[in-house]
Every structure is written in C-alpha cells, then in structure tokens.
Design a binder for this molecule. Sequence first.
Ligand code: SAH
Ligand code: DHB
Ligand code: MG
Length: 222
Amino acid sequence: MTNERRWSEVDSYFAKTLVGSDPALEATLAANAAAGLPSIDVSAPQGKLIHLLARMSGARNALEIGTLGGYSTIWLARALPDGGRLITLEVSAKHADVARRNVARAGLGDKVEIRTGPALETLPKIEADGLGPFDFVFIDADKSNNAVYVEWALRLSRPGTTIMVDNVVREGEVADAASRSTDVVGVRRMFDLMAREPRLSATAIQTVGAKGWDGFALAIVS
Ligand code: SAH
Ligand code: DHB
Ligand code: MG
C-alpha cells in the first residue's frame, strides 16, 4: 500500500471514530461536489481541530479568509457560543452562494456572515465597520497573500487572539528558499513576518492525511 493510501485510511479511521457521522457536513461536501467546487476543504479531523482550538480559546468572534463551500466555516461557527459571530470572506460569488446554502442547512445562518469580494478589499471594510477585534482568525485563501492576511489579522486582533493558517507546507516545498511558486513565496513571506513580529508567538506543524502532505501554522497575539 502506498503511504498516501495509508494516510487516507488513518484519516478515515479518526473521522469515523472521533468525528462520527454529521449530516450537515456530509450534505455540504455533497453540495460542493454537485456544484463543481474543488475538494480542497480541510479534512474532517482538521475541521474538528479548528473547532476544538476555537472552543479551547473561548472564542466568540471569529474571522475566516477563504470560505469555499463553508465546510471549515461550519466547524468553526459551531465552536462559538450563542451570540458569537463568524465573518468569512470569499472572492467567488459562486462559492459564496453554495456556502450560504450549506451554512443555512446547518442551522448557522444567523451566526455566519459571508462577505463576497477579494479579501484585500473586504478586510478594510471590516475594519471600517468596527467588526473587530476577532478572537480567532483562520486564513485559508490565496496563499500568495498570506503575509498580508496575517498583517490584517494582527490589525483586527486583541492580545490573546489565535491565528491559524492552512497549507503552509505544500509537499515540503516551503523549505525551499529558491522556490519560484508564488504560493510558496507567499507562505515564506508569512513565516518571515511571524518570525520578526514581536506581538506574535508562532509554530507550524506538518500533517499527512487525506489531503496529502501539508501543514498549518498557529500563532497567538500578545
Ligand atoms: N476554508 C475552506 C477552503 C478554502 S479554499 C474549507 O476548508 O472548507 C480557498 C478559497 O479561497 C476558495 O474558495 C477561493 O475562491 C478563495 N479565495 C481565493 N482568493 C481569494 C481572495 N483574494 N479573497 C477571498 N477569497 C479568496
Ligand atoms: C489548495 C488550497 C487549500 O486551501 C487547500 O487546503 C488545499 C489546496 C489549492 O489551492 O490547491
Ligand atoms: Mg486550505
């Protein structure tokens, strides 16, 4: 058996034993596939990790950059208490439409607001609308802008805010300083920022699973 197959099987085992069947999440993945969205949502165990981190940190207000069909959105929104809010940013009107239906089906329509447009345009509007500070920020959109998104997360944060960034390993290419992939350059720029920004304490963890070899970064604002 290839390593990739085994990683997937272990993910399925964890999903089955610890995550369990979840009609709203399963319907979300089915609706995404029916609409032709790419299946680049976080895995079920990763979704639950986001959920647990948000609960552990007592988050009430959360920000997500990169909604797709709202799979991670649902995991994160479910972690927030009554009265909590999640704002999620998506450039594609089509993705946002699918996500709105998925979020409504999950009973989270009142908790989640999806803002459509390039995040670099919607983030200033969020600041202008006075919607921060956010307790938890999940960054999972165009990787080339990751450093700018972390800067925005900082701007919209308070001491104690958790920042999580998806897809920071990219099959190991992140370690290649000569990489010309705009994604990798963007991720490395983000790590440079995390390293030099005194308000951030950060780490990054490699993962294998149903989505291959990748990883996430985790930071707290002081
Ligand atoms: N967080 C989702 C997956 C997001 S995939 C999940 O785990 O379920 C990345 C998403 O970011 C895609 O839907 C893509 O359209 C969106 N995206 C890409 N560039 C963007 C930008 N500049 N602003 C906002 N969203 C963007
Ligand atoms: C891609 C984006 C993601 O957010 C992800 O989790 C996996 C892949 C991509 O753009 O290829
Ligand atoms: Mg991702």
